[in-house]
Ligand binder design. Structure first.
Ligand code: SAH
Length: 216
């Protein structure tokens, strides 16, 4: 596939898989039209970039289905300038979408090889990825508090460190529940120890492995 084919496939993906399924936020749709998903895939799998499914990126991990990335981005409700923490950098695709929305992004991933590849992919779009190789269940305390936190791996519950590191008035979006199927959940922080959760839909993510997540 050449660049023109990728661009046409990208436009069609946005129209059918995202807008067609109810993603409405114009800024989110524009970001998905701008960021080439093929940059975030292993070379041999680039032709699958705009298919309606998650794709393997190595280390047993996946780049999420475009619709889920878009839905989570819309639910997070970011404004340009927001300070955002992402747990589970993976391919860096979700990071690139958030960066293109103008947020100040910090992201944590436990696999070094994925971080190296993600940094390179994101840099092709002109962004410098602020990423740390670490256990993201502990958040990234140094730069907290964050306006919004997005967890892109499945957790039994929101880790306590993450709850602490989001601002009052801020929001967390995360897939929560059993290891093999979860519920995409929006958690608003109303006060220091006061949270309000809303379940959006069922979903399936790879596990969040760490001190405040699942055992490896
Ligand atoms: N946002 C990614 C989705 C990656 S899948 C994308 O757009 O491609 C989830 C990622 O979470 C995997 O890369 C996995 O290695 C990572 N992960 C799992 N447990 C983690 C932890 N405790 N800390 C940081 N990353 C973790």
């Amino acid at each position: 596939m050449n660049n023109e084919c990728f661009e046409a496939a990208r436009k069609e993906m946005v129209a059918i898989q995202l807008a067609g399924r109810g993603v409405k936020d114009k800024k989110v749709l524009v970001a998905f039209r701008k960021v080439p998903r093929e940059f975030f895939l292993p070379e041999g799998l680039m032709r699958l970039a705009y298919q309606d499914r998650p794709i393997s990126i190595g280390q047993g991990q996946t780049i999420s289905q475009p619709y889920i990335v878009a839905l989570m981005t819309e639910l997070l409700g970011v404004e340009a300038g927001d300070k955002v923490l992402e747990i589970g950098t993976g391919s860096g695709y979700q990071s690139a979408i958030l960066l293109s929305l103008g947020v100040e992004l910090f992201t944590v991933e436990r696999h070094l090889s994925l971080v190296e590849k993600a940094r390179e992919s994101v840099s092709r779009l002109g962004y410098d990825l602020r990423v740390k190789v670490s256990d993201g269940t502990l958040g990234w305390g140094e730069f907290s508090p964050y306006d919004k936190i997005i967890i892109t791996a499945a957790s039994p519950a929101v880790p306590e460190s993450i709850k602490k590191q989001v601002k009052t008035g801020g929001r967390i979006v995360a897939p929560l529940g059993p290891r093999d199927n979860q519920q995409l959940t929006v958690i608003d922080k109303l006060g220091k120890n006061e949270f309000k959760s809303r379940v959006v839909c069922g979903c399936v993510f790879v596990p969040l492995i760490g001190k405040e997540g699942w055992d490896g």
